[in-house]
Each structure stands twice: as C-alpha cells, then as structure tokens.
Ligand binder design. Structure first.
Ligand code: KDG
Length: 315
C-alpha cells in the first residue's frame, strides 16, 4: 500500500495533572499520547490521507497503549519496532491558570536508539511526503543521523519532504541545536520553525533575510511562525504574511504540529502553498482552542478540511 505521508520520531505518554496547576502538589493525572511527528501523522490521517508512522517503542505497556492510540487514529503503525528499553514520557501541568511546565523522562529511551538503517528506502519510495523534525535530532546522535539519512534519501528518490526545526531547549543547548540543524535546514519542500528557532539556526534576527536565505538553501516554502500571531513565509523568494484565525487559546501544545500536518495535507491535496498554509493555520488554531494535542484536530476528506469550516475561519 502506498502512503501519502511517512514520518518517524519519538512518541511520549504525556501525564497531565488534573487536580492542580503544579506537578509538585498533584495527585491525579490524565495520560494522553503525543509527540511532534505522530501528531503530524494523526492530523494528516484525520484529514483523510494515508499516514504511516515509524518509531522504536519499549516492550512496556505504555509502548503498547501509545501504538494502539496512534493506530486508532487510522495511522499505519505496522512498521514500528519494540526494543528492550522503555517508552518515553512527559509530565506537565494543564497550563490553564499557570504557564505550562514540562519535564521529560526520555534520556536513553527506546526511540533514542532509532538509527539510519531503520529507515529503509522502501518506506520513502512508497510515500508522497517525508516529514521529520529537530526533536529526533536532539534525542540522540543516531536519531540525528537517521533524520539526515531520511532527508538525503528522499531527495535522491524524488520524494518531497518537510523539516520542522522544533528546538527543545530541555534536550540540548542552542549551540548544539544550531550545529546540527543548520546543515539539515536545506533542500526541503517545506521548512517550518518558530521565529526564535530560525534565529538560532540562521544566526540572524531579520525575518525577511532569514526566510530568503532558507529559499536560497533549497527550502521552497519557508514558514516562520510566532504562536497565535501573524506568521511570515517566503515561497520561492516571494515574501508574505498571514494572520491565523482568532480563537480562545486553551492549550497551545500540539497546535504547531496541527499547523504542519494541515499544511502538508493541503499541499498533497493540490492547494496552492498559501491556501495550504491557511488550512494549516485553521488546524493549528482549532487544536489550541481545545485541551490536548489531538482533541481539536479537524476531520476532512482527501486532505482538505470541510468547506464550511474553512469558510468560517477564512480571513
Ligand atoms: O509539539 C507538541 C509536542 O511538543 C509534544 O507533543 C511533545 O513531541 C513533544 C516533545 O518532544 O516535546
């Protein structure tokens, strides 16, 4: 079966305190499955396309439940491996009346052992789009090598790809992130990152200059986001800005991945790059308006959200 999207990375069991805003005093937690790449796979699947996800999971129950959750979203998980290690987790407060604070339990996890030979050419040649992120680069050297390998193979095989800078400062220093990510932010159909992440990787503060540089490095569509504020993009040297739909933000975690997934699905469906980014911004806003990484992801068909939903949010 050929797929529309192939992506890989670490999945986390996210434990969110439900009784208080501080993990220091919480007694009760809700567990949800999340992770940047699997969030993108779920978004693409909800929008009616075929997404395939790869990772290494531990042989633990959390590994089993996370695989099941992703599969329940219609994502093909048939390639995943189970290894003698543990599956990663994250602990956080809900962030309703206090800033979100997170801590990871992931160093040395099953997914951090992902290596380039895991990513077979057949996974890439079988898909229309490869998506990767800087998080996989941060979790281990073999993770970074795998991302580099996958992006190189996608280019060699003529498969479109995207890269989300996704710098996680709890996982590595800005200097290390820049060192690794600067050489990966090139030759992709879609480069995504927050303004601060682009500044770290490109070593400049001038957004227009950075985005133009990204295009010159072979990133056809370069998008610079800034939370719920106006985002900037440059497509083949053409600079533009878009205002995301206004929603009451309940939980912004995961909205960036919905933005990415919605944009990729739109591009795969044949939308113009600007219309695809607009669809992505609607998906991102909907996720931010609800609690959890997946709750607000809209459904759709053939990669497109419902026309009425799009009309409601169109700027
Ligand atoms: O983008 C949302 C993700 O950050 C979240 O689901 C957890 O992937 C995650 C990470 O590594 O921080």
């Amino acid at each position: 079966m050929s797929t529309d999207l192939f992506t890989f990375g670490e999945v986390l069991s996210v434990f969110i305190s439900t009784d208080t805003e501080s993990v220091m005093s919480a007694k009760n937690y809700e567990r949800v499955t999340a992770g940047a790449e699997s969030n993108v796979a779920v978004t693409v699947s909800r929008l009616g396309l075929k997404a395939q996800f790869y990772s290494r999971f531990g042989t633990d129950q959390l590994g089993s439940v996370m695989i099941q959750d992703i599969e329940n979203e219609g994502v093909d998980v048939s390639l995943v491996k189970r290894v003698a290690s543990f599956s990663a987790a994250m602990v956080r407060n809900p962030g309703k009346s206090a800033p979100v604070e997170i801590s990871y339990l992931r160093k040395g996890s099953a997914a951090s052992t992902i290596e380039p030979k895991d990513i077979l050419d057949s996974y890439i040649s079988n898909t229309k789009w490869l998506h990767t992120t800087g998080i996989t680069c941060a979790i281990s050297k073999s993770g970074a090598d795998s991302v580099r390998h996958a992006l190189d193979r996608a280019n060699a095989l003529g498969v479109k790809s995207s890269f989300d800078l996704n710098i996680r400062r709890k996982l590595w220093s800005e200097a290390d992130a820049k060192n690794t990510l600067a050489s990966l932010a090139k030759d992709v159909e879609l480069l995504i990152g927050g303004e601060d992440e682009y500044q770290v990787v490109f070593g400049d503060l001038d957004s227009k200059k950075i985005l133009a540089q990204a295009n010159q490095r072979g990133c056809k569509i370069a998008v610079m986001t800034k939370g719920d504020q106006i985002f900037k993009y440059s497509i083949d040297g053409e600079y533009g800005e878009l205002t995301p739909p206004k929603v009451v933000a309940v939980d912004p975690v995961g909205s960036g991945d919905a933005f990415t997934g919605g944009s990729i699905a739109g591009l795969l469906a044949g939308l113009s790059p600007v219309d695809a980014l607009e669809q992505g911004s609607i998906c991102g806003a909907l996720v931010a308006s609800m609690f959890g990484d997946w709750t607000g992801i809209p459904t759709g068909q053939l990669g497109l959200i419902d026309k009425n939903l799009a009309k409601k949010f169109r700027s």
